[in-house]
Design a protein around this ligand. Structure first.
Ligand code: ATP
Ligand code: MG
Length: 407
């Protein structure tokens, strides 16, 4: 099992332990799906997803006992998760057959053999199993040769109809791996979209797939392809969006420098550019605040850019910056290279602190104290007064404000 030698030691140790415990319990455990695909591609780190032909609960419990860890079970999926401190998570599933009673509905699940479990999967490259006991590969759908050919291929004609979320999975996986859709698969996908297959899936499930796409490094490409293929029409209707790819790329570049802003808000705003309304978010689970931020960045960017063009100094500019969401500021930076230096200065200003507190001002408490401190902060930051004079300046401002109140 040379393939496993390349993995990080923690994961090797986990797999070794699974092998031991499975042998003791006289069961076969298979590493299956994503991790086998990733090992064959020479990727360094994997999720440990196992399939067991008999009831997976026996092996799950035995593993947890050995590790002094715990088992969580998800009975409707016949799956178990074993966790233990400082040990990689292990997911176990009982091999299963699936039957789609109705397009787009979740399948009926029953216990099956390994082969049943492999041929019900989404793509051939995700349908390979590695027997951890004897090291044998099980590849009933020729996934290994598709890995060589670098293609994503579905396993039967109705695949995208049975489960249209595979449209998103195929696009996402191909972009992540730098693969293409096998020609007939691409045809089936187009046909499923044209036949409105996605209307059989809830909006919530489509949004979940969309968020997964936004989490990928290749998000700009994936979102552009999904949009061009018409896969987003069930959510947003038909929206023209000619410069989508460039917009998404610019956002992607800014996200690297601003990891704390909300990528879902920004990418959704770009998808809805120029034409967002609250009904577009049905099923997204967005809070009102996030929905408002999306509408703002989709619809208000031209107005904000215009206002910024008219601003003549930092004070005016900072007022505008303060009136919009952090995501809008990222978008402004993405759109306007000449605004970046001002934004940089604004962020410095926001973070700028004086070693001065309300008590230092020796005036009675009230709203004038915070106001005086803020005015002083601005004055020192902009260079109007030197830092040494901050305290005296703040005192004077506070007294003045207090007098104004009493007049
Ligand atoms: P990732 O690296 O994104 O986790 P993955 O291939 O492991 O990729 P998962 O979503 O974790 O993807 O799913 C695990 C496995 O379950 C897949 O490899 C695939 O075999 C199977 N699978 C997942 N979703 C579907 C689906 N919609 N239809 C059929 N099989 C699926
Ligand atoms: Mg996975």
């Amino acid at each position: 099992m040379n393939l496993l030698q390349e993995l990080p030691s923690q994961q090797r140790r986990a797999i070794e332990l699974v092998r031991e415990v499975a042998q003791e319990k006289d069961t076969h455990a298979y590493l299956v799906g994503g991790p086998v695909r990733d090992i064959l591609l020479g990727r360094q780190s994997i999720d440990i997803d196992l399939t067991v032909e008999q009831d997976a609960s026996t092996l799950a419990r035995a593993l947890a006992k050995r590790l002094d860890g715990r088992v969580r079970s998800f009975p409707q999926f016949l799956t178990y998760k074993v966790t233990a401190p400082e040990f990689p998570e292990i997911d176990l599933a009982t091999a299963r057959k699936e039957r789609y009673r109705k397009p787009g509905a979740l399948p009926a699940v029953s216990a099956g053999r390994l082969k049943d479990d492999l041929i019900r999967r989404d793509f051939s490259i995700n349908a390979i199993a590695l027997d951890l006991i004897d090291g044998k590969m099980h590849d009933p759908t020729n996934g290994a040769s598709d890995l060589e050919a670098r293609v994503v291929r579905v396993l039967h004609e109705r695949s995208f109809i049975d489960d249209p979320t595979r449209i998103f999975r195929a696009t996402r996986l191909a972009a992540r791996l730098g693969f293409t859709l096998e020609a007939h698969t691409a045809e089936l996908m187009r046909a499923a979209i044209a036949a409105d297959a996605l209307s059989t899936v809830s909006k919530e499930r489509i949004w979940r797939e969309l968020f997964l796409a936004m989490d990928e490094i290749e998000a700009p490409r994936i979102l552009t392809e999904l949009s061009q293929d018409g896969a987003l029409e069930p959510l947003f209707g038909r929206k023209g969006n000619g410069t989508l790819r460039a917009r998404l790329e610019a956002i992607h570049a800014e996200l690297a420098a601003n990891p704390d802003v909300d990528r879902y808000v920004l990418y959704t705003g770009a998808l809805l550019h120029g034409d967002a309304s609250p009904i577009d978010f049905e099923g997204s689970g967005f809070s009102q605040k996030r929905a408002r931020a999306v509408v703002e960045i989709a619809n208000e960017l031209p107005r904000v850019l215009e206002e910024l063009s008219a601003a003549t100094d930092d004070r005016e500019r900072f007022l505008i910056y303060r009136s919009v969401s952090p995501e809008m500021l990222v978008l402004v930076a993405a759109e306007r290279a000449d605004e970046r230096a001002h934004l940089q200065r604004f962020h410095e200003y926001v973070d700028f602190r004086l070693p001065l507190r309300g008590n230092d001002l020796e005036v009675p408490g009230g709203p004038h104290v915070a106001k005086a401190l803020e005015e002083t902060r601005q004055a020192v930051f902009s260079g109007e007064i030197p830092a040494e004079q901050a305290r005296a300046y703040a005192k004077a401002v506070a007294r003045r404000l207090l007098e104004e109140v009493h007049q």
